[in-house]
Design a protein around this ligand. Structure first.
Ligand code: SAM
Ligand code: SF4
Length: 337
């Protein structure tokens, strides 16, 4: 019988994001500096065996959904067989994956058999040149082929994630909405989050309300009923439905309009540190307990992190002198976005 994890403010935590690797084949301008980041040594990265053990403890603690992210999860050898073993061990667990889409074409068929809850693909622009500029290494066509390959299998609902930056893709909001409609994929716009002061810039930040005003035919978008909004099912997005076409678009306003009171998640970094809040540096290392197969120690570590989940994270636009919102482990690729 599964337990339940509840924090000091009564929030039930039943959703965990695990970063399967800090490594990535892209260097997105909003995630990493141009020179990249120093990769973490393999010895202290969770093995798939560690992660499987962790998944069984998490499900015992009442976790109902796990998202595997990174870095880029598909660059790690054995990722798809690992997903298959998680599914086999936990057939009722809802499993989701976030990816940059660059390696999807190869794996589309195999992942379609997994009954994934969702596959979130990051896609910030439809312009090949801009795509290369933002990702610094990426090939847009390859990602588009990957999205099509997954759609053709009809086995996985695809969501698209676009981080909005003012001088980069703010002018593409309508085009991205059109593309998502064409592909029958749910699109979510994400506010540019201040995690790394060397990467984030106030001038590139676009608040959710401004993103909303750029949707095509802005008068046609109605806020979805609250049960569809920011629930455990939909995550922290606020969803809007087009009253004429029926298309649904989400906005993740992690900066301008925090949703901490609804937060049901924990994060586990690729080195096995469980973090109760994305906007805080606190974390509890689980690696030793996982390697020793000490379920009690791992459980204790997770519950310690839960007890330290703040009522509200240090979200918001950082003040001039206020570096407190920026992270020590500063990149989404390291924390697990
Ligand atoms: N590599 C995969 C990808 O790009 O989808 C998974 C990892 S990535 C860190 C997860 C998500 O975090 C992506 O949707 C990415 O766009 C988002 N992300 C990264 N840095 C961000 C930032 N500073 N603000 C908002 N979203 C960010
Ligand atoms: Fe890699 Fe994803 Fe970060 Fe881009 S956002 S650098 S694809 S981890």
């Amino acid at each position: 019988m599964a337990g339940i994890m509840q924090d000091s403010f009564g929030r039930v935590l039943d959703y965990v994001r695990i970063s399967v690797t800090d490594r990535c084949n892209f260097r997105c301008i909003y995630c990493m500096p141009a020179e990249g980041i120093e990769w973490i040594p393999h010895e202290i990265i969770l093995t798939y065996e560690d992660m499987l053990f962790l998944c069984s403890i998490l499900t015992d603690l009442g976790v109902r959904k796990i998202r595997f992210t990174g870095g880029e999860p598909f660059v790690r050898k054995g990722f798809v067989p690992f997903l298959e073993s998680v599914k086999e061990a936990h057939p009722h667990l809802r499993i989701a994956v976030t990816t940059n889409g660059s390696l999807l074409e190869k794996w589309a068929e195999r992942i379609s058999g997994l009954g994934l809850d969702s596959l979130n693909v990051s896609l910030d622009t439809l312009n090949a040149e801009k795509f290369l500029q933002t990702t610094r290494t990426g090939d847009l066509q390859r990602v588009l082929r990957g999205i099509d390959a997954v759609r053709q299998t009809k086995g996985v609902p695809v969501k698209l994630n676009s981080v909005v930056m003012r001088d980069f893709n703010f002018d593409e909001i309508a085009a991205l909405v059109g593309f998502a409609a064409e592909k029958d994929a749910t699109l979510r716009f994400i506010e540019f989050m201040p995690l790394d002061k060397d990467v984030w810039s106030q001038s590139q930040f676009v608040p959710a309300e401004e993103i909303l005003s750029r949707l095509p035919d802005p008068d046609q978008w109605m806020s979805c009923p609250s049960k569809e909004n920011r629930s455990n099912i939909c995550g922290p997005s606020r969803y809007f439905r087009n009253s004429v076409t029926g298309q649904r678009v989400g906005i993740i306003s992690a900066v301008s309009d925090h949703f901490c009171h609804l937060c049901n998640r924990l994060r586990v970094t690729s080195t096995g540190v469980v973090r109760p809040c994305l906007f805080g540096n606190f974390g509890v290392p689980l690696l030793e307990g996982l390697r020793a197969k000490d379920a009690g120690a791992v459980r204790e570590g997770i519950l310690h992190a839960v007890s330290r989940k703040p009522r509200r994270g240090a979200t918001g636009v950082p003040s001039e002198e206020g570096a407190e919102a920026f992270q020590e482990e500063r990149h989404m690729s390291q924390i697990g976005g």
